[in-house]
Design a protein around this ligand. Structure first.
Ligand code: HDE
Length: 730
């Protein structure tokens, strides 16, 4: 008989200190109870057979148990998010380092003793709920802070700018990037005609296109991406003084990406790659961390820059306004239930607390409407704030009542204000009592449908971004554009994009044009009008704008911290007869440095080392793949080396690791394995005698030195320079 309280120990023993997680506890149900019941509490006697007329006869409509079970099942899906459908979530906490009272009165940013619970959801944008994590796409980075003054949602992305300047174009952008309506293809991909058709006619997207075609769109891990609030927001302090702010999240593990070829293979080998990586990191106690950064612009500097702060296609270069790191977020707990938490969480840009306010960015303004509107449909009505993951940690008191799925039993007869029967409660809170007051910005203008002239520069920051990239990063952008446009069937669209690229950078356009076998058209406006498009010459910018900055270091991933191999996944290729010392010394050193080590053998089960110790590999060459690791090591041992040399999957594993520019190490005793690979044929002649650090390949018989050099190489993330001279058939 099942135990009466069949509750997993992990869930009961732990006493959550995180306020939000603790508040979720009473909502949890552990369904290993003694007897199976219906939703009405009736004990079920037979859950395997429906009620029938005879054991071979038709089922009876009377079978309320069958009907309840199937009806519930039929209704178990809710509409997926119209964008950002694919996501992964985690609980955590945020703490401010020092009071930021100088600029804001938001308590969670001024009181260093407060640990604010958060729930974060990362997402891709275009794909459906079940689509691959490794699509080339923007990533959503949405943080719900459960503050003591109510929920504050920072609903950002992993790129600091956006495709469009005005919310009214958002449905068009999304229709263009989603699978084409006639055939439903392609899934989770922008490489198709409708997307690039739209982009070619909307040059304000030029800057964002540089980001999306860069490796930022292919994160190595959700834990290794930056986050950005994108819009300029306002902060307001206790004295009512306001400043402008751009929000940033800076990952402590640095910003890293995978190669496009690798991303495509990962999509097949493990389409949950990012979700799994986040889950496993948190599960193993490697809690992801980000610092909250802010760029502060005083109110009086609003018009000081060569771009408009309200234009969401522009960033503020960190050289102009440095990012101050004011606090840290740590994700330390996986959700208990994907649907209840990650799927039902509802973010909204309009969830703010006193001390944080909006600007008139026309994209931001449109978002303020959209988020509640979409939740009404997706979560089934106006009471979605009562879903446990969405409830603030402070009590709610208002006169809202009823509606679908209302959970709260509001007592009493007063649900209006003003009232005398309830003592006129709940009362309005004065600003001094924590009541939210909007920043009294003065606005005096005509009502118009127009775009500000200060939004007209579409190319200078796109150029700044391209100029700031390293040579491999530039090559990746050229290749990404060549891939995407190569999938576009309409030549005119390719040409229009080439003309836009030429405005960003001549070498960029020339590189893409070469790959497409096309010439760069001369005049964008003429070209556009010749296709009947509604080209406004002004918006194709006859006037030249130039960024006063040549380069911005923060825009290149080359400059990200590269000082740790914490949580990096390393494959050790080892089979029967492996030299135990050669395996273990490296394994232990990698683990001590924080890496995750996986022994990959020719098959599962156990095998004996050269010294007759039993070793259990974690994976076989059949169950895993090179693309799922950051680095690979081949230890010595004659039999193990012989088996690997004769195994094409092992050689393919190494060739791919080389192709994707990863650190590779071998014991000198295993050099034959490398010699069998495609790239191994070109190793330096004396490589068997000394440590070779060239391009992240280490070969030596001094295992301790090897471990040290290998760790240094893995911390470099990738050796992109390897790509240029030679392609590897892997
Ligand atoms: Fe969103 N966006 N968005 N967006 N967005 C949604 O809300 C919308 C924009 C972002 O993990 C939707 O609950 C409009 C910019 C994230 O649950 C929807 C416009 C940025 C998420 C919506 C934008 C974002 C969303 C779909 C142009 C970065 C996922 C489901 C005016 C700053 C949140 C939902 C999660 C989700 C509307 C543009 C970030 C339809 C109208 C810019 C991270 O309401």
């Amino acid at each position: 008989m099942a135990s009466k309280n069949n509750v997993p120990a992990k869930l009961t023993d732990e006493k959550p200190t995180n306020k939000k997680v603790a508040a979720l506890e009473p909502q949890k149900a552990f369904d290993g109870g003694e007897f199976l019941t219906t939703n009405q509490g009736l004990k079920v006697n037979d859950d395997n057979n429906s009620l029938k007329v005879g054991d071979r006869g038709p089922s009876l409509l009377e079978d309320f148990i069958l009907r309840e079970k199937i009806t519930h099942f039929d209704h178990e899906r809710i509409p997926e998010r119209v964008v950002h459908a694919r996501g992964s979530g985690a609980h955590g906490v945020f703490k401010v380092y020092e009071s930021f009272a100088k600029h804001t009165k938001a308590k969670f940013l001024t009181d260093t003793s407060i640990e604010t619970p958060v729930f974060v959801r990362f997402s891709t944008v275009a794909g459906s709920k079940g689509s691959t994590d490794l699509a080339r796409d923007v990533r959503g980075f949405a943080v719900k802070f459960y503050t003591q003054e109510g929920n504050f949602d920072l609903v950002g992305n992993n790129m600091p700018v956006f495709f469009i300047q005005d919310a009214i174009k958002f449905p068009d952008l999304v229709h263009a990037v989603k699978p084409e309506p006639h055939n439903g293809m392609p899934q989770a991909a922008s490489a198709h005609d409708t997307f690039w058709d739209f982009i070619s006619l909307v040059p304000e997207s030029a800057h964002m296109i540089m980001w999306v075609m860069s490796d930022r769109a292919l994160p190595r891990s959700l834990r290794m991406m930056e986050g950005f609030g994108v819009h300029t927001f306002r902060l307001v302090n206790e004295q009512g003084v306001s400043c402008f702010v751009k929000f940033h999240w800076k990952p402590l593990l640095g910003v890293h990406a995978v190669a496009w070829d690798e991303a495509q293979i990962i999509s097949g080998k493990d389409s949950d790659f990012h979700r799994r990586d986040l889950w496993e990191a948190i599960d193993s106690g490697n809690f992801p961390e980000w610092e909250l950064g802010v760029q502060i612009v005083p109110e009086e500097d609003e018009h000081k820059y060569e771009f408009d702060l309200l234009d969401p296609t522009k960033l503020i270069p960190e050289e102009l306004v440095p990012v101050q790191r004011i606090g840290k977020m740590t994700l330390n707990r996986n959700p208990d239930n994907f649907h209840a938490e990650t799927e039902q969480v509802a973010y909204h840009l309009g969830h703010v607390v006193p001390g944080i306010d909006f600007t008139n960015d026309p994209l931001l303004q449109g978002r303020l409407f959209s988020y509640t509107d979409t939740q009404l449909l997706r979560l089934g009505g106006p009471n979605f704030h009562e879903i446990p993951i969405n409830r603030p940690i402070v009590p709610l008191h208002n006169n809202q009542r009823d509606g679908h799925m209302r959970q709260t039993i509001n007592t009493g007869n007063v649900s209006y204000s003003p009232n005398s029967l309830g003592g006129n409660y709940p009362a309005q809170a004065k600003a001094s009592e924590g009541g939210f007051t909007s920043y009294p910005e003065r606005i005096d203008a005509n009502k118009v449908r127009a775009r500000s002239k200060s939004f007209i520069d579409h190319y200078s920051q796109a150029t700044l971004f391209f100029n700031s990239q390293s040579t491999p990063e530039k090559d990746h952008i050229i290749n990404a554009l060549s891939f995407e446009l190569g999938k576009v069937q309409t030549i005119a669209i390719r040409e229009r994009i080439l003309a836009i690229l030429a405005k960003i950078d001549k070498s960029l356009a020339a590189g893409v044009a070469y790959n497409l076998g096309l010439h760069i058209p001369k005049n964008l406006v003429q070209l556009n009008q010749s296709f009947g498009a509604d080209a406004d010459p002004e918006f194709y910018q006859s006037e030249e704008f130039k960024s006063s900055l040549e380069k911005s270091a923060a825009l290149s991933m080359v400059n990200t911290p590269k000082d740790s191999i914490k949580t990096r996944k390393v494959a050790l290729l080892a089979c029967e007869g492996v030299d135990e010392k050669s395996l273990m010394i490296v394994q232990d050193a990698l683990k001590a440095a924080g890496a995750v080590v996986v022994i990959v053998a020719d098959k599962l089960g156990t095998f004996m080392s050269e010294n007759d110790t039993e070793i259990t590999p974690n994976e076989s060459l059949l169950t895993t793949a090179s693309v799922l690791y950051d680095a690979v090591y081949v230890p010595g041992g004659i039999n193990s080396v012989g088996t690997l040399c004769a195994n094409p999957d092992a050689l393919h594993f190494l060739n791919q690791a080389y192709k994707h520019c990863k650190a590779i190490a071998t014991d000198t005793a295993a050099i034959q394995v490398l010699e069998q690979t495609y790239f191994g044929k070109n190793l330096p002649a004396d490589s068997s005698n000394e440590t070779v650090m060239a391009e992240g390949i280490i070969i030596t018989d001094d295992t301790n030195t090897l471990a040290t050099q290998f760790i240094a190489a893995i911390s470099q993330h990738r050796f992109w320079n390897r790509e240029a001279p030679r392609k590897v058939p892997a």
